[in-house]
Write a protein that binds this ligand. Structure first.
Ligand SMILES: Nc1ncnc2c1ncn2[C@@H]1O[C@H](COP(=O)(O)OP(=O)(O)O)[C@@H](O)[C@H]1O
Ligand SMILES: N[C@@H](CCC(=O)OP(=O)(O)O)C(=O)O
Length: 359
């Protein structure tokens, strides 16, 4: 049966890959690679985002208690990443397939150049029928430089490569209406048709090796679905889970909202909001103009206040007269010039429409 070739990004959480002892779950990793091999045989392109380096490192080394938490995490990840990739490499080889390692940092999304370099590399690997296995570079990404977790990383990459499907594999069947251990909790199958307050349903509690928690998964899924990617959250410990999620047989599904107006540049800007170097407060008139379906740019006449010493090319956050973040844009010039032009007529746009996204 001919299937439509899809670009599928599969994010695998630490708990899916790790035994309770902390050692890598070799049988599980082998089965996940088996599923990747089947998807590729069906004609799909597959990218993996794999957590588990820190967890794998714990089974390799005993660390001195004198080591601080950040250094511990760096050491564990640096050692564990090798163990993890060796297992992936051996299982891919068993299927006569090639995989590769791509370690990225949050800074990789901070400039258009880095973003394009990353996109180019991943697309080149896919063209060579090589499966990229992506993880955060925990050795250099510490404290505020870190992604929230690999859920956030996988969402950014899925949007960047314009994936058709993002499968987020955790150790539960999806998002439940209450904590999964509660008797009244039921699995949410179709997120868009469920009236739910995420903060009420999802407890802060994380699984043993997880970092982000279910709320980061849900928030990532909502954001990335809005950028045109179908997202499913499912249980990576279930056999053949990838096929079940793609067939919508299980898991929590977030349907892609294909926003044709969002160009690749606008998607980059939306994804780069967390790197904002400044704030621009706009008046009601400017907000209405940006919301209209004309291609309006942000003009200085509509700017009430500026914050931050942003430079030309930086991402800045757009805030409405009620103090709500309503969008992001790439500054056409720096804060110094923006302060001179502020509130004046007939001045060059601070953010051109092509580099502007409004919620
Ligand atoms: N409403 C909920 N639905 C599903 N899981 C939930 C919910 N509330 C809290 N959780 C917890 O979130 C955990 C999954 O997040 P996380 O620990 O980050 O796993 P992962 O390693 O897959 O990223 C589950 O193991 C579960 O205990
Ligand atoms: N780079 C880290 C990722 C940690 C992480 O995000 O874990 P998880 O929440 O289980 O996906 C590692 O490999 O351990």
């Amino acid at each position: 049966m001919n299937v439509i070739s899809k670009k599928i990004l599969i994010k695998i959480g630490s708990n899916v890959l790790t035994l309770s002892s902390g050692a890598p779950n070799k049988d599980r990793i082998e089965h996940l690679v088996e599923q990747v091999a089947l998807l590729k045989k069906q004609g799909h392109q597959v990218i993996l985002v794999s957590s588990g380096a820190v967890a794998a490192g714990r089974s390799q080394v005993n660390l001195p208690s004198s080591l601080d938490a950040v250094s511990k995490r760096q050491v564990l990840a640096s050692v564990g990443q090798i163990a993890l990739m060796n297992l992936y490499n051996s299982f891919f080889t068993n299927h006569q397939l090639v995989c590769s390692q791509v370690l990225i940092t949050k800074e990789s999304f901070s400039t258009r150049e880095h973003y394009l370099n990353m996109t180019n590399c991943i697309e080149a690997l896919l063209k060579c029928n090589i499966t990229p296995i992506i993880n955060e570079n925990d050795v250099v990404s510490v404290t505020e430089l870190m992604f929230t977790d690999n859920d956030e990383l996988s969402g950014l990459v899925a949007s960047m490569v314009q994936a058709d499907e993002l499968l987020i594999l955790s150790n539960v069947d999806g998002i439940f209406t209450d904590h999964p251990t509660k008797p009244n909790a039921k699995l949410i199958r179709d997120f868009d048709n469920e009236e739910i307050n995420l903060e009420d349903a999802i407890s802060e509690e994380k699984s043993e090796f997880g970092r982000g928690g279910m709320l980061t998964k849900a928030n990532t899924a909502i954001k990335i679905a809005a950028l045109g990617v179908n997202v499913s959250i499912g249980n990576g410990t279930v056999p053949n889970i990838t096929a079940q999620l793609l067939n919508r047989e299980t898991g929590t599904f977030f349907k892609a909202r294909h926003d044709k107006n969002k160009s690749a540049v606008k998607k980059w800007i939306t994804n780069s909001g967390t790197f904002s170097k400044g704030k621009v407060y706009i008046n009601q008139g400017a907000h209405q103009a940006l919301l209209s379906n004309q291609a309006n740019s942000l003009l200085p006449v509509g700017i009430e206040k500026l914050e931050g010493d942003f430079k030309k090319g930086d991402i800045i956050t757009i805030i409405d007269c009620n103090g709500n973040e309503v969008g992001y844009g790439k500054a056409s010039y720096g804060a110094e010039k923006a302060n001179v032009f502020q509130k004046k007529h007939n001045q060059p746009a601070l953010v051109h429409y092509n580099y502007l996204t409004i919620k």
